[in-house]
Design a protein around this ligand. Structure first.
Ligand SMILES: Nc1ncnc2c1ncn2[C@@H]1O[C@H](COP(=O)(O)OP(=O)(O)OP(=O)(O)O)[C@@H](O)[C@H]1O
Length: 290
């Protein structure tokens, strides 16, 4: 099922406090979206609205042209993966997989079992007995194996250790080539996950600051490396995001899309021009003024 998403002029209030302000964007099938923002920016609120856990205060969300809220044609195709509290949960991962097999039209039990084995997940123990990292691995398994056209992961991987997170990242890439769908990943682990993103959404204090393809985004800056004096001369007047120096070699990241002439000048000066990281851009763009 081809389900694209359109969000128009969306605002959301908890009681009287507005936490999302007039947000508009579109999402397409086949892409992996990175949703990033500082603590309290509104990521979970926005994802909960996309998952129809709540209704917008104003504005609209449409999926395949329809309102998804309590819509039985759409909701089985949307998976929202977050970290719930399983401290009282006696059901096992197997129970959840069987439930998903009944209610999720694209769920693949063989893939769920294979992933569970790779995560070394004890699938027949009550979820309450699993460590928090194992609970996260269970949830990620459920999200991947559901193969939902719209799959939302809200920092679901944070509790997992580095090898488990790496396995998850590799599966996101593999699944997008096997069964392309829309995946939305919210994260604080920007430098670790940026290579997964086709498109980046940055929320800043409830407003959508950036809605751009990853490649466009990382061309908003550049890293200039070479002899310290020459680098300083070249970057003079540019906004600096980050500086590293080792001996007389300096690397300065600037917030500027260098034009062809600037790139030629850098080359003539013997300077190396490299990419900027999404993390550096994110920190700079969401910096709060003192
Ligand atoms: N149930 C709630 N009632 C009232 N305010 C809430 C509620 N949930 C979140 N908020 C507020 O809404 C704002 C956005 O919170 P949200 O959890 O969506 O941000 P976030 O970007 O996911 O944050 P984090 O990265 O810290 O998880 C915050 O100011 C938060 O305090």
């Amino acid at each position: 099922m081809e389900i694209n998403v359109k969000v128009s002029d969306l605002s959301f209030k908890y009681k009287t406090t507005e936490v999302l302000h007039s947000i508009s964007f579109s999402l397409e099938q086949g892409k992996t979206y990175g949703l990033i923002g500082r603590n309290g920016a509104g990521k979970t609120t926005l994802l909960s609205l996309l998952a129809s856990y709540m209704e917008p205060t104003s504005g609209t969300i449409t999926m395949a042209g329809d309102n998804p809220f309590e819509n039985r044609n759409i909701m089985p195709h949307v998976s929202f993966i977050y970290n719930p509290d399983y401290s009282d949960e006696y059901e096992t991962a197997t129970n959840y997989f069987e439930f998903a097999e009944r209610y999720r039209p694209h769920f693949d039990m063989d893939y769920a079992i294979e992933l569970a084995q790779r995560f070394k997940l004890p699938i027949d123990q009550p979820l309450k007995k699993l460590s928090s990292g194992m609970q996260s691995a269970f949830h990620v398994t459920l999200g991947l194996a559901s193969r939902s056209p719209i799959t939302i992961f809200d920092e679901a991987y944070q509790g997992m250790d580095a090898p488990a997170r790496e396995l998850f990242y590799q599966e996101v890439i593999a699944e997008q080539s096997r069964y392309a769908r829309m995946m939305i990943l919210s994260t604080h682990l920007v430098s670790e996950m940026d290579y997964l993103f086709d498109h980046v959404l940055i929320l800043d204090r409830g407003s959508l600051l950036i809605d751009e393809p990853y490649d466009v985004m990382v061309n908003r800056g550049a890293t200039i490396t070479g002899p310290a004096n020459d680098v300083d001369t070249f970057v003079s007047g540019m906004t600096t995001l980050h500086t590293d120096q080792l001996g007389t070699t300096k690397a300065v990241t600037v917030f500027k899309d260098l034009n062809e002439q600037e790139k030629r000048e850098a080359e003539e000066m013997g300077l190396d021009v490299g990419p900027v990281s999404l993390q550096d851009l994110f920190i700079h763009l969401t910096e709060e003024e003192d």
